[in-house]
Write a protein that binds this ligand. Structure first.
Ligand code: COA
Ligand code: AMP
Length: 632
């Protein structure tokens, strides 16, 4: 560890008040906080910047206009799928957001209300998030690739006053109407909303149902501008649903104060990006990366962000990312390893890359899934730039481990997202909570309190928050990931401890897939595991046991189950591997042996668990996976 990084880590651990108090000076406060960190009796009972008031939208927009950056680009919207581009200045962003915030107020939205946003990668999605933040409404963005049922589940949990949506998304060559999905979700949900605000895109007009549905432009035309309100630092800014071990998603809650401080700090120290520079996260606003580094992070520091509506390949080719970097002089670029693998597959020699001038780029950041060394090396060799893997989660909102390119770059070790960031005290522990030796595997935990900007709870579910993260190792946050740390403190994240899988950087719950498969009338039981995939990292694979007497051909069954998952979870699930099996491997107490099944699927060695009820079921799994072409 370098001297500077060591000092920073020690300061953040021994005197978090001073460390984060210093960082908080980069944020404008409407009124000062009384304490940087308020610690209650229990380790998990703490708050950052309590008593302070601020507004995140003011910090991300108004402040830059007041400081004379109004003419500077705030957003570059680049959409190869609709063949359009737009530069939105901070002045324009300010006008759009103030007016939209006024329109939300006209629809009855007030401080503390929740608002669900179901929108594609267009600048209006950013306006919607900032408009909510401006008036103290708590937004919950739902990723466009989820099906109506998933949207309905989130609506029922967040209980929004209104939903903001757009007429369609555009995915490659496909125009996907959003309004029918929204209507279906609202029919499915028990909660009813007061209104829907719909942004009509020219690719597809949505049918508006009076009196519930309102046209975005009409409402903005009629509305007055809304000023920002001073909110408690601890007031929720947003809820973001993520997959948990059960089929019901968890609503991660983020506050205003800690979030603004942490993201501002991270832009400087990790990403090395400041006012007037261009940062691009090629993710989706529906994910945490999009929240933190398409919207809030870059705008909080007065940088320019890129809203890219396209794919790494196919829109129109494997040079798309390099073109965007060239066209907007991107300094710092963030994407998922799976996107680089997709480019590498189509352009292994970097022919597309060589057609563009990527000299503006300083660093490529990767996250969202484990970064395999091949992908890291390929990108580094082709780009001739540092490639930085960093580890984080929806829960933390920003990275736990990373190379700090803005203050103290360290040597890269392929396969590791580097050391813990100051403020995160990470360790690897065994079953009893004892730290393991260097290079030994265990559960990755983080000592409480977590730094500012990390989750403050799960929406409406304090018990699930406590049981899921805090109860297993008292005084520590359970990350849900397993891995090891080497003698130099470099962490290696190897797998999940739970039943979450990672498909193309998207976090999905096998429990949810199993629920859906079991809802099919022919299915008695189902087990879903994540199997290795060269492009997407993992793919879900389902094995189902049929009810007695069911007469359905294997082909018909597979088609029905694939369609069912697509309808219920969404296309993003990429669920295509499923088969029936006579029996599933189980322990004598009835627990399905998913971990052993995973090992079999990935051609790893395994031992027959001592508690297995019927050892022959493992052969059944081997045979079935072989027939499916999954296993050698
Ligand atoms: N709205 C609606 N549908 C969506 C969607 C959205 N926002 N995003 C994805 N989908 C659909 C796709 O159209 C596709 O549908 P199909 O089965 O009809 O073809 C399905 O969901 C799977 O999409 P995707 O995971 O994007 O796979 P792909 O095969 O189209 O592309 C990659 C493969 C690797 C190029 C792509 O997964 C990718 O760019 N991944 C990077 C992910 C990322 O940035 N994650 C953020 C974490 S940091
Ligand atoms: P999400 O909450 O969707 O961001 O997913 C978080 C999970 O993705 C983590 O708990 C890890 O399992 C995985 N993940 C994210 N980034 C990395 C990384 N750099 N290396 C390994 N796994 C990662």
């Amino acid at each position: 560890m370098t001297q500077l990084r060591k000092v920073m880590a020690e300061q953040a651990a021994s005197n978090p008040q001073q460390f984060w108090g210093e960082a908080a000076k980069a944020v404008d406060w409407a009124s000062p906080y009384q304490e940087v960190l308020t610690q209650g009796e229990q380790a998990h009972d703490y708050q950052w910047f309590s008593g302070g008031k601020l507004n995140t939208c003011y910090n991300a927009v108004d402040r830059h206009v007041e400081l004379g950056r109004g003419e500077q680009a705030a957003i570059y919207y680049d959409s190869p799928v609709t063949d359009s581009r737009e530069t939105i200045s901070y002045n324009q962003l300010h006008r759009e957001v103030k007016r939209l915030a006024g329109a939300l107020q006209d629809l009855g939205v007030t401080q503390g209300d929740t608002v669900v946003i179901y929108m594609p990668m267009i600048p209006q999605t950013t306006y919607a998030m900032l408009a909510c933040a401006r008036i103290g409404a708590i937004h919950s963005v739902v990723f466009g690739g989820f099906a109506a049922k998933e949207l309905a589940t989130r609506i029922d949990d967040a209980k929004p006053k209104i939903v903001i949506s757009a007429s369609c998304g555009v995915e490659g060559a496909k125009v996907l109407p959003y309004k029918p999905l929204l209507d279906e979700a609202l029919n499915l949900s028990a909660h009813s909303v007061d209104a829907c605000l719909i942004y009509q895109r020219e690719q597809c007009q949505a049918q508006l149902q009076a009196p519930r549905d309102h046209d975005w432009l009409d409402c903005c035309e009629r509305a007055s501008d809304a000023d920002w309100v001073a909110l408690d630092a601890t007031h929720p800014l947003y809820i973001l649903y993520t997959s948990g071990t059960t089929g019901t998603p968890k609503g991660v809650v983020r506050d205003n104060g800690g979030h603004a401080v942490a993201l501002t700090w991270s832009m400087k120290h990790i990403y090395d990006v400041g006012a007037g520079e261009v940062f691009w996260a090629a993710s989706d606003v529906g994910w945490v990366v999009g929240h933190s580094y398409i919207v809030y992070g870059p705008l909080l520091v007065g940088a320019t962000t890129v809203v890219y509506e396209g794919k790494p390949v196919g829109t129109p080719n494997a040079g798309a990312f390099w073109r965007v970097i060239q066209d907007y002089s991107v300094k710092s670029f963030f994407t998922a390893p799976t996107a680089i693998r997709a480019i590498k597959r189509e352009d292994p020699n970097g022919d597309w890359l060589s057609q563009y001038d990527t000299s503006s780029l300083a660093v490529l950041f990767l996250a969202g899934e484990r970064c395999d060394p091949d992908t890291l090396h390929w990108a580094g060799e082709r780009l001739q730039k540092p490639v930085v893997d960093h580890w984080w989660q929806t829960e933390t909102g920003w990275s736990i481990c990373a190379n700090m390119m803005g203050s103290d770059p360290m040597p890269v070790k392929a396969g590791s997202p580097c050391l813990a960031i100051p403020g995160y005290q990470v360790s690897v522990v065994d079953e009893s909570g004892e730290p393991v030796e260097p290079n030994a595997q265990g559960a990755v935990v983080i000592k409480l309190p977590l730094p500012p900007g990390t989750l403050t709870g799960l929406w409406g579910n304090p018990e699930r928050f406590y049981q899921g993260y805090m109860a297993r190792y008292p005084g520590y946050y359970l990350s849900g990931d397993a891995g090891y740390m080497d003698e130099d403190g470099y962490l290696y994240i190897m797998s999940r401890l739970d039943d979450i899988i990672n498909v193309a950087g998207h976090r999905l719950s096998t429990g949810r897939f199993e629920e859906v498969l079991c809802s099919h009338p022919a299915v008695a039981e189902a087990a879903v595991i994540g199997v290795h995939d060269n492009l997407k990292g993992q793919l879900p694979l389902g094995l189902v046991v049929l009810k007695q007497g069911v007469e359905l051909s294997e082909d018909a069954l597979q088609q029905e189950l694939i369609s069912l998952v697509r309808e219920q979870v969404g296309a993003v699930a990429s669920f295509k591997l499923v088969s029936s099996i006579p029996r599933l491997p189980k322990t004598r107490s009835g627990k399905i042996l998913r971990a052993t099944m995973r090992k079999i699927a990935d051609n790893q060695s395994y031992q027959t668990p001592a508690t297995i009820e019927d050892p022959s079921t493992l052969q059944l799994v081997e045979q079935t996976l072989h027939q499916m072409g999954v296993k050698d």
